[in-house]
Write a protein that binds this ligand. Structure first.
Ligand code: 3H9
Length: 663
């Protein structure tokens, strides 16, 4: 790791390359070796400065998250020891940053005297996403470097920023247009100036007295501790310590908070999701296949779903052709598309020019032949098997032989659609969630003939769209909607036993869902629920006729301002569910007719029965092979159905709390 390049040796700078593939994670084992190398450099009188850089296309992804899953051995060498050695040395240290520089990796860079990054570098402290806070000095050094207000925003978001933004914030000293190491060796000739020796400040435009206000505001903006906000509140407390305490005391506080958080349930749940997400594309039994290139996409249907899907692809930089012969639908879709991109301009996420370009990359037509050049065509027409089979027949005739045909169906049999074509190996389901351009989940549904290459391509498409793509077997409702059916049925059963829908929803919201089961039904539409129930035949959503009665009364949900709840335009823009005694009376009446006696039900029973329904169906889907792993189900529920991430998803929750499955 010491200089091999004579030019660098001349400048007496030792270059230490972080090299621990794939992401240069700073595991305990790696930190031990790194510390030894640093000590050699520090002990060499000829070396005046140390430059840190990274191999494998990045600086470092930070601490090795696997190390946190077991008790930390007392003799473990951690990133903190590495940083302590840097801090104690008399030599100058410089970080030469290329690619990702995250978590403990950035904390090492913050301990250096200078930081230089290439224009493509990405810098972040994403610990909050793992239910942690930066625990190797980040919460103490960052407020000293960029101010507490900016540091809070940066660490509470947890997302990465560009080198340009980092320069504007004062997080790095320079952007190196050519080689970061070359510039770093020049900076290494500068004087020693540790960040720890500076005074923390609030913001350049704010006096020190603003500290308590900034801290109080930050506490107000994050979720409550019960609702997954423990790490965020501790992070704010740590930043407060950076303002109020000396550096060593602040570090001690940060260390204590980190060590508490790493053992907390929310953090272990979020770490589980981190690894579950990285398992998704690993499909046992499917040979590795080279994904097909996808350079142009077709979408059939310009409705809500079709236009959302088109926007999602255009956002990922792919040209899209949308086929629909209904002029009214096309006009509406055009407005939706432009409205969406203009909104992004307003939010400062796109320039006018980029928005215009993206809008132009979606072309509407009624001519199916224009789909001939597409590599992937997604069908998003009315949910009816005959209609969709007809679309697939037509697509098979116009699409080039290599094109993949996908259906956005949420309930229909993919094999029945594949049979309508002569390319069943290139047919699959791509189940987007509404709104398709925003919801992060994508179910990839494999039919019995779907090839390994088609699946590999679908996963690549998922990555291009920056979605969490989960493979599902071809079974009714796939993973997500199949499980939600049981959840809604259990909620209905509770209401039939006399529990008010508003109370059931409140219990699930208290657990951390953004909305309860009845508000969710109102959002998707009671008529849709009834249609699904009819499609299931014997398997009904409830033991009574409540659903039919509400639909007959035109209580279809939010869209008719009445469903299980009522809605009022003046309350929450007509989206806020309002308790409706009339519905409770209908439940009581129907329950009496069906011989269901009302009973006392505790909040715990409500929560456990509803979660039990999710878990039980999840277990069955695993047995049937519809879902591959418990973690896949957890990802579906967290990213598609609002399951609180700090509980890790239903299957993780079941394992952690041993909530009895109701199987
Ligand atoms: C921390 O630093 C705490 C400190 O403040 C204090 C300490 C005292 N650890 O995502 P990919 C693996 S907390 C272990 O598919 P990409 C990943 O599992 C850490 N493993 O690639 C996968 O393994 P496999 C804060 C890690 O190119 C492989 O690397 N840092 C870690 O799409 C490739 O990953 C973070 O939270 C890790 N830290 O994205 C950063 N990171 O091949 C988390 C990755 O066996 N990491 N792996 O499935 C990321 O955000 C992305 O992985 C990254 C690359 C952007 C780096």
């Amino acid at each position: 790791m010491l200089p091999s390049d004579p030019a660098l040796r001349d400048q007496r700078a030792a270059v230490i390359t972080l090299d621990n593939p794939p992401v240069n994670a700073l595991s305990f084992a790696y930190c031990k070796a790194l510390l030894e190398t640093i000590e050699v450099a520090h002990g060499n009188d000829a070396v005046e400065a140390v430059v840190f850089t990274g191999a494998n296309g990045l600086f470092s992804a930070g601490a090795d998250v696997n190390d946190f899953n077991a008790e930390i051995p007392p003799d473990a060498v951690t990133i903190r020891d590495v940083i302590a050695a840097v801090e104690a040395s008399v030599k100058v240290h410089v970080a030469a940053i290329e690619g990702n520089c995250l978590g403990g990796g950035l904390e090492l860079a913050l301990a250096c005297d200078y930081r230089v990054a290439t224009p493509e570098a990405k810098l972040g402290l994403p610990e909050i996403r793992l239910g942690l806070l930066p625990g190797a000095g980040g919460t103490q050094r960052l407020p000293r470097l960029i101010g507490a207000r900016a540091a809070l925003e940066f660490m509470l978001k947890g997302s990465s920023i560009s080198a340009q933004r980092a320069l504007e914030l004062g997080l790095i000293d320079e952007i190196a247009e050519a080689s970061a190491i070359e510039r770093a060796t020049v900076l290494a000739k500068g004087r020693k100036r540790r960040v720890s020796e500076r005074q923390a400040f609030i913001a350049k435009d704010l006096p020190a007295q603003a500290g308590p206000y900034v801290v109080a505001q930050a506490h107000k903006m994050v979720p409550s501790e019960e609702n997954g906000g423990v790490a965020a509140h501790k992070l704010i407390d740590a930043v407060q310590a950076s303002i109020e305490l000396s550096f060593p005391f602040g570090i001690a506080r940060e260390t204590r908070f980190f060590d508490e958080l790493v053992r907390s349930k929310p953090s272990s749940s979020l770490r589980h999701l981190f690894f579950a997400e990285r398992e998704l594309a690993k499909i046992p039994g499917v040979p590795e296949a080279e994904p097909l290139p996808i350079e142009g996409v077709g979408v059939v249907g310009a409705g809500t779903m079709g236009s959302g899907i088109a926007i999602a692809f255009a956002q990922a930089g792919l040209p899209v052709i949308v086929v629909d012969s209904n002029d009214e639908a096309v006009d509406k879709a055009r407005q939706t598309v432009m409205g969406m991109f203009m909104y992004q301009v307003q939010k400062g996420r796109l320039t006018q020019e980029e928005a215009w370009k993206r809008g132009q990359s979606i072309r509407f037509t009624d001519d199916w032949n224009e789909l001939a050049g597409a590599d992937l065509i997604v069908e998003a027409v009315f949910e009816n098997l005959d209609v969709k089979r007809d679309v697939f027949r037509k697509l098979d005739a116009v699409a080039k032989p290599s094109a993949i045909l996908a259906s956005n169906t949420s309930t229909l049999d993919i094999d029945a659609l594949a049979e309508a074509t002569k390319r069943s190996d290139r047919v699959l389901g791509l189940h987007f969630f509404v709104p398709a351009n925003i919801m992060p989940l994508l179910e990839i549904v494999r039919g019995k003939a779907t090839s390994a290459q088609t699946i590999a391509t679908a996963f690549k498409v998922g990555k291009t769209l920056r979605k969490k793509a989960v493979l599902s077997g071809n079974a009714f409702g796939f993973i997500g909607n199949r499980i939600i059916f049981d959840y809604l049925r259990e909620a209905t059963a509770l209401a039939e036993e006399g529990v008010a829908p508003a109370r059931i929803d409140a219990v699930m919201k208290a657990f951390g869902f953004p909305m309860g089961p009845f508000a969710m039904s109102d959002l998707s539409g009671l008529d849709i629920g009834l249609a699904v129930q009819k499609a299931r035949g014997a398997e009904a959503l409830g033991r009574t006729n409540v659903l039919e009665r509400l639909v007959q009364m035109n209580r279809l949900g939010q869209k008719t301002m009445a469903g299980f709840f009522k809605y009022d335009k003046s309350v929450g823009k007509g989206r806020e569910p309002i308790r409706d005694p009339e519905v409770e009376a209908i439940f009581a009446d129907e329950a009496r007719k069906s011989g269901i006696a009302p009973r006392e039900v505790s909040d715990e029973e409500i929560r456990d029965r509803l979660l039990g329904a999710l878990i039980c169906r999840g277990e069955r889907l695993l047995e049937e092979g519809v879902a591959l792993r418990p973690g896949d189900i957890d990802i579906v529920y967290v990213y598609g159905y609002g399951f609180p991430p700090h509980h890790g998803g239903p299957m993780w929750y079941a394992q952690e709390t041993k909530v009895a499955s109701r199987a």
